[in-house]
Write a protein that binds this ligand. Structure first.
Ligand code: NOJ
Length: 753
């Protein structure tokens, strides 16, 4: 305690703590001065200590290194050789480690406590790709805000989110964790999430510092296999990969995480161009960069570093400020400084960045400010959290198909058969990345539907879910062989007016290291679907999944399909409200659904090529055995009402183009619609995609109501990065498309000068 008090006294003497609140700028420079004063007191080893992050003693989210024994971690905490811990959660546990850092180390510098708060803490909101399907930026921001509040009440002050990797390959398991395939939507969502997590004031104990990850191109893993090589050109890097990161930076994100992959031959963790030139140079990012788990030492396996010492030098010099679980900085950096391979300025810069964020969080004023048992009890799992999770879940659902208005279901007098192991599953809806959630705590679809008692509901599992699994074991799967429960399910279906089938992936079938070469319904579920269809065609298929699936057979046969992702703690309630029409679906796909795996990566905005089609002869860019078209395009999503688009108008001035359209609700119920605007730069000095989303607006319309929506396009929307990485705007002809999906209903041409 003595040391901690001493430190505070030093800080107070050197600067006036109270001036902090006056204005952001004053606060910033005040913090800079505090950081400098503190750095002056620190030994080289203590500065390196700030750059060292250890996993806690309970959960693990990566391979455990042999050095990771608890005794050593405590010893290092006491020496002031640890700047951060991850996976320490709960006030009691956080207090325990914070106490050692603050009260037993020489300078008493508090730890920053990191955790993967990806879609909630204990209360789970929908997985991020599901939230992205809402296209509702306010709701997404609120969801991040709720997650921050709950996690901060558990002692955490730093989340490793948002993941802002653009992902076009459904085989990659981590598509569940991002905002999908589009750079424009992804950038807007990145901002919403950063603002939600961080709030307006980082020192508020209900906010967390956020982390834009994984820098960069992690979503471009070859063949969708996690951790795999990314090899992309400058144009894709600047126009597709970097913009969501830049948007997060501009929104004030305080940390970045680099990535496991190599990019064009250089592991991102050791990439100077990415971290020093772009991020800290061109973008002037003044927060800090944390490595991914073990990614510094993995540079040896990449064939880039000869040993751990070499890896530490490469990473530090390239701008990776903090080492997550490689034990490379703590063991090697001081030697490297003494040998002159890493300069002391590199160490000072990294330590300065980390300390700055700690000051911003208010940890120096009160290192236990996130450790309030009373708040922990009140906030975690509270009604406020669950209400928000339910609201977000309803907004995330996408109605993919609804032939003959099979949905919504009538509320009484009907026999409903509910089939599928996932329908009663209380674990899967929690999705991947839900370390702090209580197992089996989600509301299942069965429970949700039981709240509508005036129908006769019968349930049959059909195909079993095999668990025997934790987050880190592969065996989790929907049973691959057992068809013994088909008979009962078929019997149940035979007698029903409508069959609701809940099929898809178990929660852990997507997420980190969960790449899939097959994208059909796992296990015997396709067989089950067809068997049920043979006896009752009135099927509503409810999908639970973390990635687009190739459900082409279902689309050809099943009349109604609802994309319900993994919707979190309130999943079953949200799904039931949608099925019974108490909530009108308004979600739109943030990722294209392929017809078959061979089309992947498939996305709505490829280049036109020199041989676009369709053509009668064979020589055009296509598959001979599959259509080029997706199963469901990006931006697709139906409602229980219908919308008409008309009156597309463009007025182009020299620096601004206004595009307006009238949208009318032509159905019988109130509904929300995401009005989408796309452009195409027809001829450019670097070829441009066939379509690019450049605006969207979520509107609500009563039956017969019309609204005129106006979009404004400026240089920000009309330009692109050339192959020198320079943003340019070229005058010329543009197409503009407006509608309710990327396959739009209206288009026209305008001239931009
Ligand atoms: C590895 C993942 O790639 C990263 O996203 C996560 O934040 C860390 N592990 C910590 O769990």
């Amino acid at each position: 305690m003595k040391n901690y008090i001493l430190l505070i006294l030093v800080c107070i003497a050197l600067v006036n703590c109270k001036s902090e609140s006056k204005s952001n700028d004053v606060a910033k420079s005040t913090i800079d001065k505090k950081v400098d004063s503190l750095l002056n007191l620190m030994t080289l080893e203590e500065k390196i200590g700030q750059m060292n992050q250890y996993n806690g003693f309970w959960d693990v989210t990566g391979p455990v290194p042999s050095e990771g024994d608890a005794a050593k971690k405590y010893e290092h905490l006491r020496k002031g050789w640890v700047g951060s811990m991850l996976n320490v959660r709960g006030v009691e546990n956080v207090r325990k480690v914070q106490k050692v850092a603050v009260e037993e180390s020489r300078l008493g510098i508090p730890l920053i406590i990191g955790f993967d708060v990806i879609h909630g803490y204990e209360t789970q909101s929908p997985i991020p790709i599901a939230e992205a399907a809402s296209w509702d930026l306010k709701a997404i921001q609120k969801s991040a805000q709720m997650a921050a509040k709950e996690a901060a009440a558990a002692g955490i002050n730093w989340t490793f989110a948002p993941m802002v990797d653009v992902s076009r390959d459904a085989r990659w398991g981590r598509v569940m964790e991002g905002a999908g395939e589009d750079v424009f939507l992804g950038s807007k969502i990145a901002v919403a999430r950063v603002e939600g997590f961080q709030g307006k004031d980082l020192s508020n104990e209900e906010t967390l510092s956020a982390c834009a990850k994984h820098f960069a191109a992690y979503g471009f893993a070859e063949s969708g296999k996690d951790y795999n090589t990314a090899d992309i050109g400058i144009s894709t890097l600047y126009n597709t990969v970097l913009p969501p990161f830049k948007a997060a930076k501009n929104a004030g994100v305080r940390t970045f995480m680099n990535s496991f992959n190599e990019l064009n031959g250089i592991p991102a963790t050791g990439d100077k161009f990415l971290q020093r030139d772009i991020l800290k140079g061109e973008w002037a990012f003044d927060g800090f960069v944390v490595s991914d788990w073990g990614s510094i030492m993995e540079m040896m396996d990449h064939g880039y570093a000869s040993d751990k010492k070499h890896a530490a030098a490469l990473a530090a010099n390239a701008g990776s400020d903090m080492d997550m679980e490689s034990y490379a900085y703590v063991n090697e950096l001081s030697g490297l400084v003494k040998e002159g391979i890493v300069s002391e300025e590199v160490i000072n810069d990294a330590a300065r960045r980390i300390l700055k964020v700690k000051f911003e969080l208010g940890l120096f004023e009160n290192p236990y400010k996130y450790c309030d048992e009373k708040r922990e009890k009140e906030v975690i799992g509270s009604k406020e959290m669950h209400d928000a999770a339910l609201d977000m879940a309803k907004k995330s659902i996408v109605l993919l198909k609804n032939e003959n208005n099979l949905l919504p279901l009538e509320k009484s007098g009907k026999k409903i058969a509910l089939i599928g192991a996932l329908a009663s599953d209380k674990n899967s809806p929690l999705g991947s990345w839900r370390l702090a959630a209580k197992d089996n705590s989600a509301i299942s679809v069965l429970e949700g539907m039981q709240k509508y008692p005036d129908n006769e509901l019968t349930y049959a599992e059909g195909a079993a879910v095999v668990y025997g699994a934790t987050n880190f074991v592969h065996e989790v799967n929907v049973n691959t062989k057992d068809t013994s429960k088909f008979k009962e399910a078929i019997q149940t279906a035979k007698n029903a007016d409508v069959v609701v089938m809940v099929l898809g992936e178990v929660g852990f079938q997507s997420g980190e290291a969960r790449s899939s070469a097959n994208l059909g319904l796992p296990g015997v579920q396709q067989e089950l679907l067809e068997a049920i269809y043979n006896v009752n065609k009135n099927i509503v298929l409810v999908l639970n999944n973390g990635r687009p699936l190739t459900i082409t057979w279902a689309d050809n046969h099943v009349p109604a399909i609802v994309e319900a992702w993994q919707l979190g703690s309130q999943a079953g309630n949200a799904i039931a409200e949608i099925l019974y029409g108490d909530y009108n679906p308004s979600g739109k796909l943030p990722m294209t659904f392929p017809r078959s795996v061979g089309q992947v990566p498939i996305y709505y905005n490829p280049k036109n090529t020199g041989r676009p089609g369709p053509k009668k002869e064979v020589f055009w860019s296509h598959y001979q055995d599959e259509s080029n078209a997706p199963l469901y395009p990006f931006g697709h999503g139906l409602s229980y009402t219908t919308f008409n688009y008309s009156n597309l108008k463009v007025s182009a001035a020299s620096n601004e183009v206004k595009v307006s359209v009238t949208v009318t609700n032509t159905g019988k119920v109130v509904g929300k619609e995401v009005v989408q605007l796309y452009i195409r730069d027809i001829i450019a000095s670097v070829t441009r995609p066939v379509k690019e989303l450049k605006g969207f607006e979520l509107i609500s319309l009563k039956p017969s109501e019309s609204k005129e929506i106006t979009f404004t396009l400026t240089e920000k929307e009309l330009g692109f990065f050339n192959n020198q990485g320079k943003y340019i705007v070229e005058p010329g002809e543009f197409k503009v498309f407006v509608g309710g999906s990327s396959v739009t209903s209206l288009e026209t041409i305008f001239q931009y000068q």
